[in-house]
Design a protein around this ligand. Structure first.
Ligand code: PMP
Length: 316
């Protein structure tokens, strides 16, 4: 697997530039938080991962809105609206002179108290942006997954709808396990043993020419997932949102992942099953690559949730 060489190998804390922190652009190296920050101890921080293409963040407002909603799920309100976060992000992207890059907004309860219940704790927000090439330098070429022993929790076990640090300990464990197994990423099942998602991307199977993807119940409601569903429908493909059993991987003709970082990424193996770089995934990867740079449709022409009703809700 050829990973792109990072533009800079400097540690993240030791770079030039500015970070937007609580309303101001501060020198990059001075964007600190205190060691007694609530968010550091109890995992309640929320964040986004965004991509700028040609200096413009793709689906910026959807990401800002998800950050606001994630904080609400975690029991706190951000001191900024989604529109203000949009403006802050544009400011930091412009200050960085970014054309293609990564943007990381993050919010956390500060160091006012370490009581678990901290309704009056101040909430901090930062937005950082830096150059970031495509994950795979030579375009999508397929990744190999390892089915994890870790499972995505039930909605009454963890705040599964929030993009919160609390979820990512699991992804980190699953990812480490997959890399130890010589694979690129992990495939997590959900708490009931159904197919869920990778550590940072949503899952699609091609079955009888149609796309099938798990509903966003125990998986993150990915913004790329929504975009790709709309692009697929524009291409005349049928998209079915339903619970999927692991055995359905046996008859899938293509498997791919979607996410801000991965974009549309074909999967060439899940454990001992092999898949080709198929035409459906390739067509969607091309449509997505056009959409992020403002070409063709951006898949945003219809409301989120316009996925046809499940044809079957249970996969065993
Ligand atoms: N699932 C998880 C667990 C993720 O971390 C991500 C990346 N944010 C996704 C799915 C894909 O989401 P998006 O398309 O919004 O990047």
């Amino acid at each position: 697997m050829t990973r792109a060489t990072p533009v800079t190998d400097a540690p993240l804390a030791d770079r030039d530039g500015v970070i937007w922190l609580d309303g101001d652009l501060v020198p990059w190296r001075q964007a600190h938080l205190h060691v007694l920050s609530h968010g550091l101890h109890y995992g309640g921080s929320v964040f986004e991962g965004e991509r700028a293409y040609d200096g413009r963040v793709f689906k910026l407002h959807e990401h800002s809105a998800r950050l606001v909603a994630s904080a609400q799920e975690m029991g706190y309100a951000l001191p900024w609206t989604a529109e203000e976060l949009d403006a802050a992000t544009r400011e930091v992207v412009a200050a960085a002179g970014l054309t293609d890059g990564y943007v990381r907004p993050v919010a956390w309860r500060g160091s006012d108290t370490l009581r678990l219940v901290a309704p009056d704790s101040r909430v901090h927000v930062a937005v950082a942006a830096w150059p970031w090439p495509r994950i795979f330098a030579d375009g999508p070429r397929g990744i190999r997954l390892h089915t994890s022993r870790w499972r995505r929790p039930a909605p009454d076990t963890a705040p599964v709808r929030a993009k919160t640090a609390a979820q990512y300990a699991l992804g980190s464990l699953a990812g480490q396990e997959a890399e130890r197994a010589g694979r690129d990423d992990a495939l997590l099942l959900d708490h009931r043993g159904r197919l869920a998602e990778a550590t940072g991307a949503n899952l699609f199977l091609v079955l009888d020419g149609a796309l099938h993807t798990p509903p966003p119940e125990c998986v993150l409601d990915g913004i790329t997932r929504r975009t790709v569903v709309a692009l697929a429908q524009d291409l005349g493909l049928t998209v079915v949102e339903r619970h999927l059993a692991p055995a359905e991987l046996d008859r899938a003709t293509e498997v791919f992942l979607t996410g801000t970082a991965y974009e549309v990424q074909p999967v060439t193996a899940v454990d001992d099953r092999e898949y080709p770089l198929g035409e459906v995934g390739t067509a969607l990867a091309e449509a997505y690559a056009r959409a992020v740079r403002g070409g063709g449709t951006d898949g945003g022409g219809r409301p989120a949730g316009a996925v046809p009703a499940a044809v079957s809700d249970e996969a065993g």
